[in-house]
Design a protein around this ligand. Structure first.
Ligand code: ADP
Ligand code: MG
Length: 323
């Protein structure tokens, strides 16, 4: 059976809201750094993706095309498989069936270094300063003409224990400036607020110039005002850098605020694929915004809640995202 896709494309939902354009406030950048070259966002093509845990089928026959540089939000009831889908794309899990192709023909594994993921908790190393948390894992050894760095002594452990060099620290400093925390480089993670820690996690992802950024409810634990600030920051960094973004959120307003498209996962499939045709920056509460939000929320609530998801074990392989 083909996937059941409901598209909300009523005329009232299409087109920017003229009232919004007149009242939209200008976003004040949180940081001022020279604009850099954009990366090319990763294009994704999923076909027949399925995932089960034991007897429980979580995803089934998912077909999805994501354009390079697109911003896609994923919503759905708790336990419907949002994180599972992201973990498959981050290659922290293996699909039971189906294929994911990147950039028209590559495997995801070929793009391992192009993909970063952020979680609800920042997963910073408490014994490292903010700057060293960002610079960790950056390879700043001099390279020969072919771009190959010479082998490092003491293997991976040695590399992890080494203090990052100047080049890595410069890049980390630049990423920190981009998230508006240039003055917190020498602080310990423990003295930062939750929102600041998430900004550091964002900088740690950005420093690798990702082509695909996966965001698994990264703002879930933040207060409402900090969330809106973070939306704006993520949106401006996405516009500046050009990566493809997939944001899982339980907050439909958040999805409408930042995404080009909102997907609803229900019954193991993509049950709704809604394009959000509003100018940016978007104004919460404008009539067109409220219409999208109301329609999507209404659709999500048609179904009763699922069983709460089990605690998610952290696979060892995900540690590469924690450094
Ligand atoms: N490692 C796992 N082992 C067994 N079941 C899991 C595992 N991870 C997730 N699940 C189950 O898969 C379903 C989807 O989980 P998840 O993708 O985390 O949902 P959510 O949409 O809330 O992010 C849930 O029923 C959850 O209990
Ligand atoms: Mg989840």
């Amino acid at each position: 059976m083909p996937p059941k896709i409901l598209r909300l494309n009523g005329a009232a939902l299409v087109g920017g809201d003229p009232a919004q354009a007149a009242t939209a406030p200008k976003v004040t950048p949180l940081h001022r750094v020279a604009p850099e070259a954009k990366v090319k966002g990763l294009a994704l093509k999923l076909r027949g993706i399925a995932k089960a845990y034991g007897e429980r089928q979580v995803l089934k026959d998912i077909a999805l095309d994501i354009a390079p540089g697109e911003f896609v939000a994923i919503v759905g009831r708790s336990g419907c498989g949002k994180s599972t889908l992201l973990r498959l794309l981050a290659q922290l899990e293996q699909a039971g069936a189906g294929t994911v192709t990147a950039d028209g023909g590559d495997t995801l594994a070929q793009h391992r270094e192009d993909i970063r993921i952020m979680f609800q908790d920042a997963r910073l190393l408490p014994w490292k300063t903010v700057l060293d948390n960002i610079a960790l894992g950056l390879d700043d050894r001099p390279r020969d003409a072919s771009g190959v760095a010479p082998p490092r002594g003491f293997g991976r452990l040695g590399a992890a224990l080494q203090r990052p060099g100047k080049d890595a620290r410069d890049r980390a400093r630049e990423a920190l400036a981009q998230v508006g925390l240039a003055d917190r480089a020498g602080d310990w993670p423990a003295v930062l607020s939750g929102g600041q820690r998430q900004r550091v996690a964002l900088a740690r992802a950005l420093v690798h110039a990702p082509r695909l950024l996966l965001l698994d409810e990264p703002l879930g634990a933040l207060d409402a005002l900090t969330r809106i600030e973070m939306h704006r920051l993520i949106e401006s960094l996405w516009q500046r850098h050009g990566f493809t973004a997939l944001l899982v959120t339980h907050d439909v307003a958040e999805a409408v605020a930042v995404a080009d498209r909102v997907l609803l996962i229900e019954d193991q499939q993509v049950a709704l694929d809604q394009r959000i045709d509003l100018q940016r920056p978007r104004v919460h509460g404008s009539p067109a915004f409220a219409r999208y939000e109301g329609e999507i929320l209404g659709r999500v609530l048609q179904r009763p809640a699922l069983h709460p998801p089990a605690a998610e074990p952290l696979p060892l392989s995900s540690l590469r995202f924690a450094i």
